[in-house]
Design a protein around this ligand. Structure first.
Ligand SMILES: [Zn+2]
Length: 224
């Protein structure tokens, strides 16, 4: 993207990726209503947030004495009102519950939904199997209602955020699709070249063969 931004000016750019987990990865603190409680976190309970791996001084995951990756809990990022203003999910400084997670009811109430309706509404349908027909005026549960709010329904991946910031469009293709993904044509060509090399048990030779196979991909192969 840096190369495109600095060297290919005056064009509209469309970047194409396959639909893999890494390309769809969201920020650690990205909005998600999936595990939110309906009410604020109780005083003695652990604060609602997102559990992420704890990193050591050199940025690597830290392990405990049993060999498990240690995790730490961070706050979920702000939501966004319909007018574009941020909506903090935790009570602000100066509030009697400063720093406490608000809960779905309060988050929805701040968006203008009736508190009485929200109190009467269950937190989540059984096993989160809601009716397929969602009606905002007559919702089945708080979680489904919140998930259908525009900011919760359209959370971008890190990649999409980066592209949007640079003015690039992004298209995701079915992953590993051999005809749609250009890179699959390249891998296919590289494998065909590699296949023609004599078999070897020497690691250096295999590495050299792999490098030569990748170098054998032409621009025509990519565009085909
Ligand atoms: Zn529901």
């Amino acid at each position: 993207m840096d190369i495109i931004s600095s060297r290919i000016l005056g064009h509209d750019h469309v970047l194409i990726y396959d639909n893999t987990t890494i390309h769809r990865k969201r920020r650690d603190d990205a909005l998600s209503a999936r595990k939110m409680p309906k009410y604020p976190t109780a005083p003695n309970n652990r604060m609602f947030g997102v559990d992420i791996p704890l990193l050591d001084a050199i940025g690597q995951p830290a392990y405990n004495t049993r060999g498990k990756i240690q995790r730490t809990r961070i706050r979920m990022g702000d939501a966004r009102f319909a007018n574009g203003l941020p909506q903090p999910l935790y009570y602000p400084l100066g509030h009697p519950r400063a720093g406490v997670f608000k809960g779905m009811l309060e988050i929805l109430a701040e968006r203008g939904y009736e508190r009485d309706m929200l109190h009467a509404l269950r937190a989540e349908c059984h096993s989160f199997k809601c009716s397929p027909k969602f009606e905002r005026a007559n919702p089945c549960c708080c979680r489904r209602l919140l998930l259908n709010e525009p900011d919760f329904a359209t959370v971008l991946s890190i990649l999409e955020e980066e592209c949007a910031a640079r003015g690039f469009r992004v298209i995701f293709l079915p992953k590993f699709h051999c005809e749609l993904n250009l890179i699959e044509q390249c891998w296919g060509r590289a494998k065909a070249i590699y296949h023609d090399f004599p078999a070897s048990a020497c690691e250096d030779v295999l590495e050299q063969n792999a490098t030569r196979a990748l170098a054998g991909i032409t621009l025509l192969n990519i565009r085909r």
